[in-house]
Design a protein around this ligand. Structure first.
Ligand code: ARG
Length: 462
């Protein structure tokens, strides 16, 4: 058996079955098959263009590869574990199809530069799809915000009522997070889009190949500058895993809010039935399982990042088989990310804000206490003193079970003679929100501008 393997020449006995099973990656790296074939076709074409193989040989190789690709697409291809990985499975199939000339394809190439190329091609497509899905999520946030510009809700710090904010402002905060996430993926893409082919095993190749031609044909923006680096680093995958982890930080924060907001305690939103699930015992339940699962899947994405960081640390140059451990981490992150983005978008589109509940919540917790302090500052009191005065007023209101705006003027003036009749405009929710006109603030005109800017960004980026 070992003799039949592409690397079998120097082996005197069969590979141990345990080793075959342990080292095989074809059950998952077959996912790279079509990228592998694209890379091989570009390589074969270049070998012929450079006179390294004959034009008819390249033609036979390319035709064979195209037929194999068709078989794979149709699910007619038989993957063989004893052939280890996707590369050797395809190479063997080519040999069976076109005979010994198939062996010329691997001239000036190694599986080391080949696998790095495949993963880069795969990841480039993945990033483009992830960016599309992020754009959809961002658009959904903008649409939802625009549709509910009038809603005021309590803004929180320490999960305590802090100051009133527009619900649209809260959603736009997530828009900004996902905008930076999109940017990060685009920046990572530039470093993904570099062609390792030509590095061969580690040192380059003596054949007079044309690396630029292969890179052009595969849509790479550049060729790698060092063959040893090109076959042995996986920082481009790590960047993607890190960018995905940050996306999941943001997704899981948003999902956590949805879960809280859908609880009876908050009841700030409802989610459509078709996006929720029920309980097998409690007939009344409608659970936000999708949001919880996205939040929960964050764990595996972080895990994959840490796993690959750990694989890479202290690996001596150049290629080591440890590197094969990059793929399952990458594939699972990709699947988790793409599905989660789609579902998060559906949740944002489907969520129904309950304006009356948010309004009622704003009545609790003296949300405009800062406004009262700011008011005293406009009357000449230093902020720190104003803070103190208002603290005493809040404590009085708590004792009496009053809202700030329910305290009569004479009473307020006992705390500070600076307070006049005009104070009550400072205590309304609308007034509080409207006064925050600073750039980036929650005033309706600022939020409208921010959403308009977001729309422009989305139009430009699509
Ligand atoms: N399956 C291998 C991987 O994923 C391909 C490269 C194998 N190279 C080698 N020299 N054994 O890393």
């Amino acid at each position: 058996m070992a003799k039949e393997k592409p690397w079998g020449g120097r082996f005197g006995e069969e590979t141990d079955a345990l080793v075959e099973e342990f080292t095989a990656s074809v059950h998952y790296d077959q996912r790279l098959a079509l990228y592998d074939i694209r890379g091989s076709i570009a390589h074969a074409r270049m070998l012929a263009a450079c006179g390294i193989i004959a034009p008819e040989e390249a033609e036979a190789i390319i035709k064979g590869l195209e037929e194999i690709a068709a078989d794979i697409r149709a699910g007619r291809f038989t993957w063989r574990r004893e052939l280890e990985d996707v590369h050797m499975n395809i190479e063997m199939a080519l040999k069976e199809r076109i005979g010994p000339v198939a062996g010329k394809l691997h001239t000036a190439r190694s599986r080391n530069d080949q696998v790095a190329t495949d993963v880069r091609l795969f990841l480039r497509d993945v990033i483009d799809e992830a960016v599309r899905r992020l754009l959809e999520l961002r658009a959904a946030l903008v649409e939802k915000a625009e549709a509910h510009l009038g809603i005021i809700m309590p803004g929180f710090t320490h999960l305590q009522h802090a100051q009133p904010v527009l619900f649209a402002h809260h959603l736009h905060a997530y828009y900004e997070m996902f905008r930076r996430d999109t940017e990060r993926l685009r920046e990572a893409r530039r470093r993904v889009n570099v062609c390792p082919l030509g590095s061969a095993a580690l040192a380059g190749t003596p054949f007079p190949i044309d690396r630029e031609m292969v890179a052009r044909e595969l849509g790479f923006e550049a060729v790698s500058a060092n063959s040893m680096d090109a076959v042995s680093d996986r920082d481009f995958i790590l960047e993607f895993l890190a960018a995905s982890s940050l996306i999941f930080v943001h997704l899981s924060r948003l999902m956590e809010e949805f879960v809280l907001w859908m609880s009876q305690e908050f009841a700030f939103i409802d989610l459509p039935d078709k996006l929720c699930t029920g309980s097998s015992i409690m007939p009344q339940k409608k659970n936000p399982d999708v949001a919880e699962l996205i939040r929960g899947k964050t764990g595996r994405v972080f895990g994959h990042l840490v796993a690959l960081l750990t694989v890479m640390k202290a690996l001596p140059l150049t290629y080591n088989r440890d590197l094969q451990e990059d793929k399952e981490a990458l594939f699972d992150t990709v699947d988790t990310l793409l599905a989660s983005l789609k579902l998060a978008t559906a949740l944002v589109r489907g969520l129904i804000p309950r304006a009356e509940r948010m309004r009622a919540a704003c009545e609790e917790g003296h949300l405009t206490a800062t406004d009262l302090a700011d008011y005293l500052v406009t009357k000449g009191l230093p902020f720190r003193e104003a803070h103190h005065v208002v603290g005493r007023i809040v404590s009085f209101a708590e004792e009496q079970g009053l809202k700030l705006w329910e305290i009569p003027l004479e009473k307020l003036r006992e705390f500070s003679p600076l307070i006049g009749e005009d104070v009550y405009e400072w205590l309304t929710l609308e007034g509080s929100v409207e006064r925050r006109k600073v750039p980036g603030g929650t005033a309706p005109e600022r939020v409208k501008e921010a959403l308009a800017r977001a729309r422009e960004e989305l139009a430009q980026e699509s």
